[in-house]
Ligand binder design. Structure first.
Ligand SMILES: *[C@@H]1O[C@H](CO)[C@@H](O)[C@H](O)[C@H]1NC(C)=O
Ligand SMILES: *[C@@H]1O[C@H](CO)[C@@H](O)[C@H](O)[C@H]1NC(C)=O
Ligand SMILES: *[C@@H]1O[C@H](CO)[C@@H](O)[C@H](O)[C@H]1NC(C)=O
Ligand SMILES: *[C@@H]1O[C@H](CO)[C@@H](O)[C@H](O)[C@H]1NC(C)=O
Length: 347
């Protein structure tokens, strides 16, 4: 069997913040196919029984007034450093706000006050270094917050006060070096947490205490060295775990204990030479059967008796292994360069 394509691992997971936009564009396509050609200098407007949807991209001019029943607003790719004042005034039913690919550096604490029904806020690819405390004071309905690819180097729990329905938090592609304690303590409904591609060296031990239903956890592309015993313990419903492209040398023996529905585990491109006995006990055959698979490639495995436990597990779960050809022994000398699976099979 060939190894699985790594591209498929890049999917953001679960809920797609851009899906609604795609649906919106499809609707516009249907409209324009009927003979209404959109004017490039105007925003695209779509009216439905549910309310109006407005999507603006350059070279369109931003409208001075938005329909009072606007439920969807996208102002993207303008490189705006500031939003037009009062842009959200008079559209109290707004549910989705997409502001990606601007150059926003600051938001006012009062920015979201006019739109208490907001469910989705997408700020991907801006220049935010901080958020004003109080920004979300009326955002009890917000379930998706995307702050991907901004310039956040730290966070404060108070920035997120007011959020009560958060299901998807995306902080990937920032410069976060540490996270404050209790950051997620109030987000019991969180399903997707993306902290990928930051500069995290350690995580607060209580990071995942609070959420009750986490399914996707992205920690790839950081500088983590150790996966501690208790970090994942509060999340038995975790299904997708990405720890690839860190500097992990040490996994605690109980680090994955209790993850009985884990469908995907990516540990590729770390510095693992060995793993403790029992690490895999709750995963794979005889425990929960992983639906997707696991990747331990790109680590400098030392293929000696300390890996006995892993060898047995690998052979039993071979059909779920990604990147076999890149999963090789770095030592001892006699086995250097051998495929780990071949060594395991002949053991
Ligand atoms: C209107 O909202 C309903 C319920 O949320 C949804 O099923 C329907 O697809 C929406 N219609 C349009 C045109 O967006
Ligand atoms: C925004 O910035 C990008 C990158 O610098 C540039 O390619 C693009 O043309 C700019 N867009 C506008 C509308 O100024
Ligand atoms: C959790 O919510 C309570 C009540 O709104 C608030 O007092 C507390 O500061 C919040 N904790 C964190 C860590 O955000
Ligand atoms: C396996 O990896 C080796 C060296 O890393 C490479 O030369 C070879 O083409 C790879 N084989 C397959 C089937 O990908």
């Amino acid at each position: 069997m060939s190894s699985w394509s790594p591209e498929r691992k890049q999917s953001p997971g679960g809920w797609d913040p851009h899906l609604s936009r795609i649906l919106f564009l499809l609707l516009l396509f249907v409209v324009s196919a009927k003979g209404v050609t959109p004017d490039p200098n105007a925003c695209l407007v779509f009216h439905s029984r549910n309310g109006s949807s407005i999507s603006c991209q350059p070279p369109a001019k931003l409208p001075r007034y938005l329909p009072a029943d606007t439920v969807y607003l996208a102002v993207e790719f303008f490189n705006l450093t500031q939003l037009p004042a009062h842009i959200l005034q008079g559209i109290p039913d707004l549910q989705e706000l997409h502001l990606s690919s601007n150059q926003l550096e600051d938001l006012s604490a009062k920015f979201l006050l006019p739109v208490p029904q907001l469910k989705v806020l997408d700020l991907t690819h801006n220049a935010l270094k901080r958020l004003p405390p109080g920004l979300f004071q009326v955002s009890a309905a917000l379930h998706t917050l995307v702050l991907k690819e901004n310039r956040l180097d730290s966070l404060e729990a108070s920035w997120l006060h007011g959020l009560k329905a958060l299901r998807h938090l995306d902080l990937s592609g920032n410069q976060l070096q540490t996270l404050p304690p209790k950051l997620l303590a109030n987000f019991t409904d969180l399903h997707i947490l993306d902290l990928g591609n930051n500069q995290l060296q350690t995580l607060p031990p209580d990071l995942l205490r609070g959420p009750l239903k986490l399914e996707w956890l992205h920690l790839e592309g950081n500088r983590l060295q150790v996966l501690e015993e208790g970090l994942l313990a509060p999340q038995p419903k975790l299904r997708y775990l990405f720890l690839n492209n860190n500097k992990l040398t040490t996994l605690a023996a109980g680090a994955l204990r209790g993850l009985q529905v884990l469908d995907m585990l990516d540990l590729s491109n770390n510095l693992l030479t060995s793993v403790p006995e029992g690490l895999w006990a709750s995963l794979g055959k005889a425990a929960g059967n992983m639906k997707v698979g696991f990747d331990i490639s790109g680590n400098p495995w030392i293929c000696d008796q300390k890996l006995d436990n892993l060898y047995l597990w690998l052979v039993a779960n071979e059909d779920k292994m990604f990147s076999r050809n890149d999963t090789r022994c770095a030592g001892p000398k006699a086995l250097e360069g051998q495929m780990l699976l071949a060594v395991a099979s002949s053991y």
